[in-house]
Design a protein around this ligand. Structure first.
Ligand SMILES: *[C@@H]1O[C@H](CO)[C@@H](O)[C@H](O)[C@H]1NC(C)=O
Ligand SMILES: *[C@@H]1O[C@H](CO)[C@@H](O)[C@H](O)[C@H]1NC(C)=O
Length: 389
């Protein structure tokens, strides 16, 4: 009996020690994998086509997936034997939850993301134009001329669908004989902000959507892969896996509540904006009901700031103010930092100021879309945000 007890105690402590070591090992490996992954992502955002990066990324993915599946298999066996304490149970759950990809699927997913990103960032729409354009007003005029040419061609002044036809036709203009091209989100956004001509705005809105349709097929592919990986780990679909991450069983109710509480304010704001837009655009905006999406100053109708001068009695032009202050990019980021430290968060680290990228000077190929990165090394957080692309 004594021997058995001794053996049990020995086995138990030994096993605990092993479990402890196993978790330490997972921690250490996770740190290494995360920092390699962050480094690959960082390089990709500075130079997406960097030679050899795709191969490194594939190899990394292969190793990481094999490691994670192995570790989760071991953890599952430990959970089945009920030898983990509550902290370890929780850690095992956090580590192994979510969609479970096989290597091939993970590759397909990365490639599809890449494809989507490339379609999106290379969007370009050109129209014939007989004159050089030097400013936004010129571009607006060129678009209006183009639209009236299409109308003439269609030989009808007031078809409801002429704008859609004009958008579809613009996609077929060959770049060679076009003098005016709008490139990427940035050009489109600038025009959406600038123009106050409903026809121009409608065309921009439509042609953008015609163009991004190319993302539909790759996106479907992506959803299929992600759903498959979610099913494999017991979720209904990838959406369920994402929602579960929040660990709020009544998530839907919380969202409905938030919506209900914000709705009265939103309805008022919507009414005020509609009133002022009607003043500007007349019957293009109904007195009641929804506001046409293309009139809200933004490609997605989500940022209404460009409408400020129509609505506020004394609008402040922040761009001009900042220019007058002579702030550098560093100054702007420091002021943003002031905001966060005023909320009680720690200031940015020395590495942040040293490694972040704000201009494309040394990184010509850097993606224009701002990204923040945790490099999974002490204090190494970075920002890539080329302020002028
Ligand atoms: C579980 O074990 C780990 C490692 O020995 C320990 O750090 C942790 O505090 C334990 N948790 C509980 C709830 O006993
Ligand atoms: C835009 O440029 C044209 C010349 O291409 C000029 O005639 C016009 O005044 C400019 N408009 C503005 C607002 O600067």
């Amino acid at each position: 009996m004594a021997i058995l007890l001794l053996w049990l105690i020995f086995f138990k402590s030994h096993s605990c020690e092993n479990i402890y070591k196993f978790f330490e090992e997972i921690n250490e490996n996770a740190r290494v994998f995360n920092s390699i992954g962050a480094d690959i992502a960082w390089q990709a955002s500075l130079d997406p086509d960097k030679e050899g990066l795709a191969a490194i990324s594939a190899k990394y993915q292969h190793k990481k997936i094999a490691w994670q599946h192995d570790a989760c298999r071991t953890l599952k066996a430990m959970q089945d034997r009920r030898i983990l304490n509550s902290t370890q149970e929780r850690q095992a759950y956090l580590f192994c939850r979510g969609p479970k990809y096989y290597y091939k699927e993970a590759r397909e997913m990365s490639n599809t993301y890449e494809e989507l990103q490339s379609i999106y960032s290379n969007i370009q729409v050109c129209i014939p134009n007989s004159e050089q354009t030097t400013n936004m007003t010129d571009i607006e005029t060129a678009i209006l001329n183009y639209l009236s040419t299409v109308k003439e061609y269609l030989n009808e002044e007031k078809t409801e669908h002429s704008s859609i036809v004009a958008a579809k036709m613009a996609l077929n203009v060959h770049v060679d004989n076009a003098l005016l091209c709008l490139k990427g989100e940035e050009d489109f956004e600038k025009m959406m902000e600038f123009s106050r001509k409903p026809k121009v705005l409608e065309w921009l809105w439509l042609v953008w959507r015609e163009k991004v349709q190319g993302m539909r097929e790759p996106y479907k592919k992506l959803v299929n892969v992600e759903n498959k990986a979610a099913w494999r780990n017991g979720y209904r679909d990838i959406g369920a896996a994402w929602r579960e991450e929040l660990e709020l069983p009544n998530l839907r109710e919380i969202c409905r509540q938030l919506y209900r509480s914000i709705k009265p304010l939103y309805v008022l704001l919507h009414g005020v904006v509609r009133f002022f837009l009607r003043r500007e655009y007349g019957d293009a905006v109904d007195e009641r009901g929804p506001i046409p999406a293309h009139l809200l100053g933004d490609l997605w109708s989500q940022n209404w700031e460009p409408l400020a001068d129509l609505i506020l009695p004394n609008p402040i032009n922040l761009d001009d103010r900042i220019k007058n202050l002579g702030w550098s990019v560093d100054d702007m980021i420091k002021r943003a930092e002031d905001f966060y430290t005023s909320l009680g968060l720690p200031g940015m680290t020395e590495t942040f100021w040293r490694k972040s990228v704000y201009t494309r000077e040394k990184h010509k190929m850097a993606r224009c879309h701002g990204t923040a990165a945790d490099m999974f090394k002490d204090g190494d957080f970075r920002l890539v945000m080329p302020f002028r692309c």
